[in-house]
Write a protein that binds this ligand. Structure first.
Ligand code: ADP
Ligand code: MG
Length: 255
C-alpha cells in the first residue's frame, strides 16, 4: 500500500481534480483505492458520495480521533474506491499533533493498493499529518509567479521541518500546446523558470496535464475520459501520472 498526498500552498492548482481522476484511473485498472478527503472544501467527498448524510458519522475528523481508520471508511458506487470524507470538524483539529495519521495508517491493514489524500491549500497541522503519512507528496503547479513562489516556499518548509522533502515532486497542470512555438509565452517562461531552479528543477515529474474543460466536466458530470477522441490527452496524462506513482503501467481504456 502506497500513500500519495496532493498538497500545494496555492489554491486552485488541481489537487482535487488530480485526486479524483487518479483514483478513478487506478480503480479502472483494478487497483483498490482509498481516498482521504482532508480539505474542508469537500471537493472529493462531494464527487464520490451521493448522500452527504453518510459523512455525518464517518468522516476524517472522527477517524483522526479514533484508533482505527477502517471504521470510518465509506464505499462509493465504484466498487474499487472507498473514501473517508471530509468534515467541518477538521477545523477543531488544526492544532493536533502531526504524526497521528501516519500512525493510524497501519490500521488499514494494507487493504488498498493506493491511498490518495486531498488537502487544503495551506500548511497547518492537518496538512502536515497528510504529508507525514505519505510515501509521495505531489504538488500540481500552474504556470505563474505565485505558483513558483509558493513552490519554493513549500520546498523550504518540507526540507527544514519534515522528513518528506525527498518524497516531494511537482507536475504542471494546465499545459496548452498552442503556446509551444512562442518562446515569449508565459507558459514557456515559467516552464524554464521551474526547470532551471536548482531545487524545483530536480522535482519536476515528466508529465503535464493539459488545460481542458474535460477536467471540470469529468468532476461535475461524471463524463468518462477515454484513450481515443476528445478526452485522449487528459486520459493519457492521468495514466502517465498514475503509472509513475504506482511504478507500473496503469492504462485502462476509459475511466
Ligand atoms: N487541467 C485543467 N484544465 C482545465 N481546468 C482545470 C484543470 N485542472 C483543474 N481545473 C479546474 O480548476 C479548478 C480548480 O481545480 P481543483 O482541482 O479544484 O484545484 P484545487 O483542489 O487545487 O483547489 C476547478 O474548477 C477545475 O475544474
Ligand atoms: Mg481542492
Amino acid at each position: 500500500m502506497k500513500v500519495y498526498t496532493f498538497a500545494s500552498l496555492k489554491g486552485g492548482t488541481g489537487k482535487s481534480s488530480t485526486t479524483i481522476t487518479a483514483a478513478e484511473c487506478c480503480a479502472a485498472a483494478g487497483k483498490k483505492v482509498l481516498v482521504l478527503d482532508m480539505d474542508i472544501n469537500n471537493s472529493c467527498s462531494f464527487y464520490f458520495l451521493q448522500d452527504s448524510n453518510e459523512s455525518d458519522r464517518s468522516n476524517i475528523a472522527y477517524a483522526l480521533q479514533s484508533d482505527n481508520l477502517s471504521d470510518f471508511v465509506i464505499k462509493t458506487k465504484n466498487g474499487n474506491i472507498n473514501i473517508i470524507p471530509s468534515s467541518l470538524r477538521l477545523v477543531d483539529l488544526r492544532a493536533m499533533s502531526i504524526s497521528i495519521l501516519k500512525r493510524l495508517m497501519v490500521t488499514l491493514n494494507n487493504r488498498y493498493d493506493a491511498v490518495f489524500i486531498d488537502t487544503a491549500p495551506t500548511y497547518d497541522n492537518i496538512v502536515l499529518n497528510a504529508i507525514n503519512a505519505a510515501d509521495y507528496v505531489i504538488t500540481p503547479i500552474n504556470y505563474d509567479q505565485f505558483n513558483f513562489n509558493t513552490s519554493v516556499f513549500l520546498g523550504q518548509k518540507l526540507r527544514l521541518e519534515t522528513e518528506s522533502f525527498d518524497k516531494w515532486f511537482l507536475f504542471f497542470n494546465g499545459y496548452e500546446s498552442r503556446y509551444d512555438s512562442n518562446l515569449e509565452s508565459l507558459q514557456n517562461q515559467y516552464q524554464l523558470l521551474f526547470s532551471q531552479h536548482d531545487i524545483l528543477g530536480k522535482k519536476l515529474l515528466p508529465v503535464r496535464f493539459p488545460f481542458t474543460r474535460n477536467m471540470r466536466k469529468f468532476a461535475d458530470t461524471n463524463e468518462l475520459l477515454c484513450s481515443k477522441g476528445q478526452t485522449e490527452k487528459l486520459h493519457n496524462a492521468v495514466c502517465d501520472l498514475c503509472s509513475l506513482l504506482l511504478e507500473e503501467e496503469i492504462r485502462p481504456e476509459k475511466f
